[in-house]
Design a protein around this ligand. Structure first.
Ligand code: NAD
Length: 424
């Protein structure tokens, strides 16, 4: 079976999801899986490209390219972010839609997975151009999205303001209020309380469950966090307020370390004033590379993909890694961590808090019944902790790492849904 999977991975097929196949190979090596099951999982159900004209401020018309991939909807309407990036490709959107499918299945929310976006550098657009580009894209894909079809959300370089325009354009076309068409909206337009820091909080629940499975003491552990944006900064802030010792943080310009623990509230003020954490008083400047191999108990990558790779994995000293970024660890590094006995909480579990609260937002919109923050937080914790133990049970039984256990659980839940629908 492994050979068959490898053969598929190298097949020259434009529609094939390559990440999906290598992850499936990871899950299924040594297990029984039928060709029918692989056929069903290795391609998206729907995938489309739109080309649309937008009038720029100069009065000239420019063509833009947008994508949307609805990978699998066996468990419910597809759910996935919209990314605006100049290097966006359909292949990459495919990979991300596949991961969203498994992420929603792992945390057991009733959604399939999707992803989309526009090939654009938002820094080159005025505010009005950004709005016109967004509205034009939504007009082109409006027949294929909706509360019971496919529900977009923010992703890289898209935010709640853009989600508000998406909702407004969709509602104008349908002639009725439909807030559940998109999540990550401003609170005033039906957004959910706690959505803005839900990815970080979900990750912290995973981190705390992981600590309980070791002999480490919660308040004596040391933490290093790579990335100080929405996810990294909120994670640092929430952990600091809980009394954790964060010894190192970083952003794209570099990092800082202080073995006794950083005053994160002061670091945040410094970052807001100067645009970077680097140079913060009462600490030592380090590079991002040094942060990853620093002498910490817990490492939290919360920036970019492929940060932990075969060049640095041997030198990583942390005992627990919590992947808040998407795909921060390469497969080579993953194997090294497994051999070293590092407990790695994989991205499709660790950073799922955001999509869980998106599900709560959708549900509140459909019922026109809005929850207090405490209720959102209680339900988020319950959903995340349940998912942790669902994955942990497989990990304990098989002993082949938490990533493999999470992938296996996600794939099983999607295939079970397909089977019950009569598709297998
Ligand atoms: P962001 O743009 O707000 O922040 C990214 C941070 O990474 C910034 O501090 C930036 O300075 C830093 N950075 C960039 N290049 C770096 C480098 N070379 N070394 C170190 N740091 C670098 O993005 P975000 O929303 O915080 O997302 C961070 C990661 O989390 C991404 O991988 C994203 O896909 C993932 N994620 C985010 C969410 C969410 O809800 N925002 C949900 C799931 C996953």
């Amino acid at each position: 079976m492994a050979a068959k999977l490898q053969e598929r991975i190298h097949r020259d097929d434009k529609n094939l999801c390559k990440l999906c196949m290598s992850e499936l190979a990871n899950v299924y090596t040594g297990l029984d899986v039928s060709t029918e099951e692989l056929d069903l999982l290795d391609m998206p159900r729907r995938s489309f490209t739109v080309h649309f004209p937008v009038q720029m401020d100069s009065g000239k018309t420019k063509m833009f390219v947008g994508y949307r991939v609805q990978y699998n909807d066996a468990r419910g309407p597809t759910k996935g972010g919209i990314r605006y990036h100049p290097d966006l490709t359909l292949d990459h959107v495919n990979d991300l839609a596949f991961l969203m499918t498994l992420k929603c299945a792992v945390v057991n929310i009733p959604f399939g997975g999707s992803k989309g976006g526009i090939v654009v550098n938002t820094r080159e657009l005025s505010r009005h151009e950004l709005e016109r580009v967004t509205r034009a894209y939504i007009r082109d894909i409006s027949d294929y999205i909706g509360p019971f079809k496919d529900i977009p959300a923010p992703d890289v370089y898209t935010d709640e303001k853009i989600m508000a325009w998406i909702m407004d354009e969709f509602e104008r076309m349908r002639g009725k209020h439909t807030p559940a068409v998109v999540t990550g909206k401003p609170l005033e337009l039906g957004g959910s309380k706690a959505r803005s820091y839900s990815t970080s909080l979900g990750g912290i629940h995973m981190l705390e469950e992981a600590i309980k499975r070791t002999d480490m003491d919660k308040f004596s552990v040391s933490l290093a966090i790579q990335g100080f944006g929405n996810v990294g900064m909120n994670t640092a802030r929430l952990l600091y307020r809980k009394g954790y010792r964060i010894i190192a943080v970083s952003d794209s310009k570099g990092g800082i370390i202080k073995e006794e623990g950083l005053d994160i509230e002061e670091v945040i003020k410094f970052k807001v004033e100067t645009g970077t954490v680097s140079g913060f008083k009462d600490s030592r400047n380090i590079t991002n590379e040094e942060l990853l191999v620093s002498d910490c108990d817990i490492l939290v990558p919360a920036a970019l993909s492929d940060q932990l790779n075969k060049d640095n994995a041997d030198d990583v000293r942390a005992k627990i890694i919590v992947e808040l970024a998407n795909a921060p660890t390469t497969q080579d590094a993953d194997r090294i961590f497994q051999n070293k006995g590092i407990m790695l909480i994989p991205d499709i579990l660790a950073n799922a808090g955001g999509v869980v609260v998106s599900y709560f937002e959708w549900s509140q919109n459909l019922n026109s019944n809005y929850w207090e923050e405490e209720e959102v937080l209680r339900k988020l914790k319950k959903t995340m902790v349940n998912a942790f133990y669902d994955v942990y049970a497989i990990f304990k039984e098989e002993g082949r790492g938490m990533r493999r256990a999470a992938l296996q659980l996600g794939v099983k839940r999607v295939l079970d849904a397909e089977r019950l629908r009569g598709n297998l």
